[in-house]
Design a protein around this ligand. Sequence first.
Ligand SMILES: [Cu+2]
Length: 164
Amino acid sequence: MKGKIAILSTVAAVVAVTTSIAFATVPSGNIIRAEGTENFDRDALIQSTFRWSPESVTVPTGSFIQLENKVGDPHTISIVERTQRPNSVAEVFACRICNTIFAHLDGNNHYDPGGDGGLNQPLDTWVVNPFGVQKVKVTAPAGTTLFYICAIHPWMQGIINVTS
Ligand SMILES: [Cu+2]
Protein backbone atom coordinates (compact mmCIF):
# COMPACT_ATOMS: atom_id res chain seq x y z
CA MET A 1 0.00 0.00 0.00
CA LYS A 2 2.81 2.38 0.90
CA GLY A 3 4.48 1.49 -2.41
CA LYS A 4 1.32 2.28 -4.32
CA ILE A 5 1.00 5.68 -2.65
CA ALA A 6 4.63 6.45 -3.46
CA ILE A 7 4.07 5.55 -7.12
CA LEU A 8 0.86 7.58 -7.25
CA SER A 9 2.53 10.64 -5.75
CA THR A 10 5.41 10.30 -8.23
CA VAL A 11 2.90 10.14 -11.07
CA ALA A 12 1.12 13.18 -9.65
CA ALA A 13 4.42 15.09 -9.44
CA VAL A 14 5.32 14.19 -13.04
CA VAL A 15 1.86 15.26 -14.22
CA ALA A 16 2.18 18.53 -12.28
CA VAL A 17 5.59 19.33 -13.82
CA THR A 18 4.41 18.42 -17.32
CA THR A 19 1.29 20.52 -16.87
CA SER A 20 3.22 23.55 -15.67
CA ILE A 21 5.51 23.36 -18.72
CA ALA A 22 2.60 22.93 -21.11
CA PHE A 23 0.57 25.72 -19.57
CA ALA A 24 3.30 28.17 -18.55
CA THR A 25 1.74 31.43 -19.54
CA VAL A 26 2.78 33.51 -22.49
CA PRO A 27 1.72 37.17 -22.78
CA SER A 28 -1.77 37.49 -24.26
CA GLY A 29 -0.25 39.30 -27.24
CA ASN A 30 1.64 36.10 -28.10
CA ILE A 31 -1.50 33.98 -28.40
CA ILE A 32 -2.87 33.13 -31.85
CA ARG A 33 -6.11 31.17 -32.13
CA ALA A 34 -7.26 29.02 -35.05
CA GLU A 35 -11.01 29.59 -35.32
CA GLY A 36 -13.93 29.24 -37.69
CA THR A 37 -16.28 26.73 -39.24
CA GLU A 38 -16.59 24.76 -42.48
CA ASN A 39 -19.62 23.98 -44.61
CA PHE A 40 -19.96 21.48 -47.44
CA ASP A 41 -23.13 21.09 -49.46
CA ARG A 42 -22.77 18.63 -52.32
CA ASP A 43 -22.96 20.26 -55.71
CA ALA A 44 -23.84 23.57 -54.12
CA LEU A 45 -21.34 25.13 -51.79
CA ILE A 46 -18.02 24.85 -50.09
CA GLN A 47 -17.27 27.39 -47.44
CA SER A 48 -14.76 27.89 -44.69
CA THR A 49 -14.21 30.65 -42.21
CA PHE A 50 -11.08 29.03 -40.78
CA ARG A 51 -8.76 31.85 -39.82
CA TRP A 52 -5.97 32.97 -37.51
CA SER A 53 -7.06 35.37 -34.83
CA PRO A 54 -5.58 37.87 -34.54
CA GLU A 55 -4.28 37.95 -38.08
CA SER A 56 -1.18 39.88 -37.05
CA VAL A 57 0.89 39.80 -33.86
CA THR A 58 3.96 41.72 -32.75
CA VAL A 59 6.27 39.77 -30.44
CA PRO A 60 9.88 40.02 -29.24
CA THR A 61 12.54 37.81 -30.76
CA GLY A 62 13.19 34.77 -28.58
CA SER A 63 9.66 34.73 -27.18
CA PHE A 64 7.14 31.95 -27.68
CA ILE A 65 3.90 32.22 -29.56
CA GLN A 66 1.07 29.99 -28.38
CA LEU A 67 -1.16 28.54 -31.06
CA GLU A 68 -4.55 27.53 -29.71
CA ASN A 69 -6.60 25.37 -32.05
CA LYS A 70 -10.29 25.90 -31.35
CA VAL A 71 -11.52 23.52 -34.07
CA GLY A 72 -11.47 19.80 -34.81
CA ASP A 73 -9.20 20.08 -37.85
CA PRO A 74 -5.41 20.12 -37.65
CA HIS A 75 -3.52 23.17 -38.88
CA THR A 76 0.06 24.04 -39.60
CA ILE A 77 1.90 27.26 -39.01
CA SER A 78 4.21 27.40 -42.01
CA ILE A 79 6.52 30.28 -42.80
CA VAL A 80 6.42 31.32 -46.47
CA GLU A 81 7.66 34.18 -48.59
CA ARG A 82 5.16 37.01 -48.88
CA THR A 83 4.63 36.22 -52.58
CA GLN A 84 3.99 32.52 -51.93
CA ARG A 85 0.70 33.22 -50.15
CA PRO A 86 -2.34 32.18 -52.24
CA ASN A 87 -4.39 35.15 -53.42
CA SER A 88 -7.41 33.42 -54.95
CA VAL A 89 -9.55 30.28 -54.76
CA ALA A 90 -7.61 28.86 -57.71
CA GLU A 91 -4.31 29.48 -55.95
CA VAL A 92 -5.65 27.90 -52.75
CA PHE A 93 -6.65 24.71 -54.60
CA ALA A 94 -3.30 24.58 -56.44
CA CYS A 95 -1.12 25.60 -53.52
CA ARG A 96 2.35 24.54 -54.64
CA ILE A 97 4.15 25.73 -51.52
CA CYS A 98 1.70 23.62 -49.48
CA ASN A 99 2.75 20.47 -51.34
CA THR A 100 6.40 21.36 -50.76
CA ILE A 101 5.68 21.74 -47.04
CA PHE A 102 3.86 18.38 -46.84
CA ALA A 103 6.72 16.66 -48.67
CA HIS A 104 9.20 17.97 -46.09
CA LEU A 105 6.89 17.30 -43.15
CA ASP A 106 6.45 13.66 -44.21
CA GLY A 107 4.40 12.63 -41.17
CA ASN A 108 6.43 14.56 -38.60
CA ASN A 109 4.90 17.25 -36.39
CA HIS A 110 7.41 19.88 -37.41
CA TYR A 111 9.99 20.74 -40.05
CA ASP A 112 12.80 23.10 -39.16
CA PRO A 113 15.19 23.47 -42.09
CA GLY A 114 17.49 25.85 -40.23
CA GLY A 115 17.55 23.58 -37.17
CA ASP A 116 17.34 26.50 -34.75
CA GLY A 117 14.21 25.21 -33.02
CA GLY A 118 11.92 28.05 -34.03
CA LEU A 119 10.31 30.25 -36.64
CA ASN A 120 12.78 32.25 -38.68
CA GLN A 121 12.79 31.13 -42.31
CA PRO A 122 10.56 29.89 -45.13
CA LEU A 123 9.26 26.32 -44.79
CA ASP A 124 9.61 26.31 -40.98
CA THR A 125 6.47 24.38 -40.02
CA TRP A 126 4.77 23.21 -36.84
CA VAL A 127 1.57 21.16 -36.77
CA VAL A 128 -1.21 22.19 -34.40
CA ASN A 129 -3.42 19.21 -33.53
CA PRO A 130 -7.24 19.40 -33.39
CA PHE A 131 -8.20 21.34 -30.26
CA GLY A 132 -4.51 21.32 -29.37
CA VAL A 133 -2.09 23.94 -28.13
CA GLN A 134 1.32 24.33 -29.70
CA LYS A 135 4.05 26.65 -28.48
CA VAL A 136 6.70 27.72 -30.96
CA LYS A 137 9.71 29.96 -30.37
CA VAL A 138 10.19 32.97 -32.63
CA THR A 139 13.88 32.85 -33.52
CA ALA A 140 13.89 35.42 -36.33
CA PRO A 141 15.85 38.58 -35.44
CA ALA A 142 14.18 41.85 -34.50
CA GLY A 143 12.94 43.71 -37.54
CA THR A 144 11.80 40.60 -39.38
CA THR A 145 8.28 40.24 -40.75
CA LEU A 146 7.30 36.57 -40.88
CA PHE A 147 4.47 35.59 -43.22
CA TYR A 148 2.78 32.30 -42.46
CA ILE A 149 0.00 30.12 -43.78
CA CYS A 150 -1.73 26.90 -42.80
CA ALA A 151 -0.58 24.41 -45.43
CA ILE A 152 -3.86 22.48 -45.03
CA HIS A 153 -6.13 25.55 -45.33
CA PRO A 154 -3.86 28.05 -47.09
CA TRP A 155 -6.34 30.92 -46.97
CA MET A 156 -5.42 31.01 -43.27
CA GLN A 157 -2.65 33.60 -43.52
CA GLY A 158 -1.04 35.53 -40.69
CA ILE A 159 1.83 37.85 -39.94
CA ILE A 160 4.34 37.90 -37.08
CA ASN A 161 6.20 41.19 -36.63
CA VAL A 162 9.38 40.52 -34.68
CA THR A 163 10.70 43.20 -32.34
CA SER A 164 13.65 43.42 -29.95
CU1 LIG B 1 -5.62 25.00 -41.16
